[in-house]
Every structure is written in C-alpha cells, then in structure tokens.
Design a protein around this ligand. Sequence first.
Ligand code: NAD
Length: 311
Amino acid sequence: AGKGKIGIIGSGLIGQSWAMLFASARYNVIIYDINSELVNTAYEKIKSELKTMEKNGILRGNLTADQQIELIKGVTKLEEVVEDTILIQECIPEILSLKQQLYDQIDKIIGSQTIISSSTSTFLPSVLSEKMEHRNQLIVSHPVNPPYFVPLVEIVPSEWTEEWVIKKTRTIMEDIKQSPVTLAKEVPGFALNRIQYAILNECWHLVNDGVLNVKDVDTVMSEGLGMRYAFLGPLETAHLNAEGFVNYTERYSNSMYGVCQQFKPSPKFEGPLVKVIGDQLNSNTPLEDLPKRRLWRDQSLIKLSQLKKYN
Ligand code: NAD
C-alpha cells in the first residue's frame, strides 16, 4: 500500500524520472501517455533502471526496487490518471497548444482537490492555465535534468494559484527528497534560467571580445566557480569570502559595481560567433561523442550527489 495517488502524464524522459522519484517515497504512481505503447516502454525502462540503481547502491528511499516497481502502474485512459489523484505531474512536450489542449481535457474531469503540476521549462503558469475553469489548481514544478540526481525543483504559482496548492506541492516535493524553491511570483525563465542566461551572456562576450577561447571560458566555471557552486550558492560564497556579506560589500562593492557597469547588453546569440563557438566545442567534444559525454556527465552527477548525501 502506498501513500496515495500521483499521476504522470507523458512517459518520456522527464515523466520516467518523476515516476521513480514519487515511487521512491512510497506514492502510488499512475503513468499515462497518449501513445499507449510508450507507457509499456517507459515501465520496462523504469524497472531496469531501478534494478540497476539498486545493484549500484544508489536507489533512493527505503524500499527495494521490487517494492518501488510494485507501486507503479501504466494506464491507457486519461480519466484513470486524473480521478482521485493528489497531484498530476504533466510531462508532455514543450508545445503550448499541446499542453493547453491537454489541460482543457483535464479541466472537464478533474476534482477540486487535485493539483495540476506542469514540468514546463519555459511557459508561465498563467499562460498555461488562463482558459481553465480549475486554473487556481495549476502550478509549475520545473525539474532539472537528470531529476533523479539533480534535486532542485522550481515551484512557480500564477497569481491565481491557491495557497493550499502552493503549500501542498512544496510539501510533496520535500517528501520525495527533492529540493524545492518557491517563487513568490512568476517571472520569465523562472530563477534557474535567468541565472543561467546571465552566465551565458557574459561567456558570449568574453569569447566575442577575444578575452578567452571557448574551452577556457568553460574551465573558469568547471574548475573555478563551479567547484564552489556545487555546495554553496553565490550569496553564501560571498558571505564566506569576507567576514560576512555586509563586510563583503564594504570591501568589494565599488570594484564589483565598476566591473558590472562594463557589462554589455544581451547578445542575440546569432551571427558568425555561433559557428565559432560551435566549432571550438565540436573540436573538443565531437557531435558523435555527445551520448558518451552525457553518460559521463550523469555518472559524475551520481558521484556528486553521493558526496552531497541525497541517497
Ligand atoms: P519527451 O518528448 O521525452 O516525452 C514527452 C511524452 O509525452 C512522449 O512520450 C509523448 O508521447 C507524450 N505525449 C505527447 N502528447 C501527449 C498528450 N496529449 N497526453 C499524454 N502524453 C502525451 O519530453 P521530456 O523531455 O520528458 O519533456 C517533458 C516536459 O518536461 C517538457 O515540458 C519539458 O520542457 C520539461 N522539462 C524537460 C527537461 C529535459 O531536460 N528534458 C528538463 C526540465 C523540464
């Protein structure tokens, strides 16, 4: 017996990850996909992944792989994933009309106590839900790939998302041992992509201005800032780099402001530099090696997550 029903709509990469996360915390997981064959494929993939992770000692939660597998079930009708569900995690492709169509269908059959939580990386919850009758039950829970090893979830309510929806979504994310942050209001890019894009902006300019080549820009992050950022955020980093944050600003605010005033406006990320950066990246990591490199990235993330003791 599990803790109650969680629905997963869309059984691709992200849907599978969510299914494993919810099962690891003893929820009953129901998976639905518009293509019913894919539900079986996803189920088989989840089964073998959970077994492999158990063998490697990196399975999350207190249940065995078999016990977790027993909590997961595939269904072929939308009604079966929506009825009496605590939270529906929507994981269908990032196409606005597709998501809105699905929400329109859900809207007609959903009860007043079910949360609709979208995995969207880019759409604001108000845009997803504006036409819905149950729009106050929709919220964004944006995961980071691969969610099983990167725990951040950005919880983003719209102005009409009800308070109980915000609170309960967060409690559930904490219960499955992810690390949620709740945005007080929706902003484009949420928080992660705003920070990520600020970094990409400056990386672009450093290459464009001939200060560093592509490999060395990445080294600044992977061998420098990133070493700290895997454990500390930028604000606490500043706090530790002086006698507290207030002292940090006393020491560095002038020079920080001086540098920041030199920042150039956002590039459009187009034109000849795209090819220059692309070619340099390809010469270090050829396109045909991307799958291998992703595997290495995920294995490194597993080691990092063990270091940070998520398991
Ligand atoms: P995916 O293409 O791997 O999977 C999507 C699945 O949805 C497919 O199995 C498809 O058959 C199914 N589907 C399509 N229409 C459907 C419908 N109407 N009803 C039910 N199922 C339907 O996609 P993904 O990479 O898992 O991404 C899913 C969502 O998660 C997107 O919104 C994406 O932006 C978000 N997200 C992705 C990542 C990532 O790195 N892949 C990270 C964070 C968030």
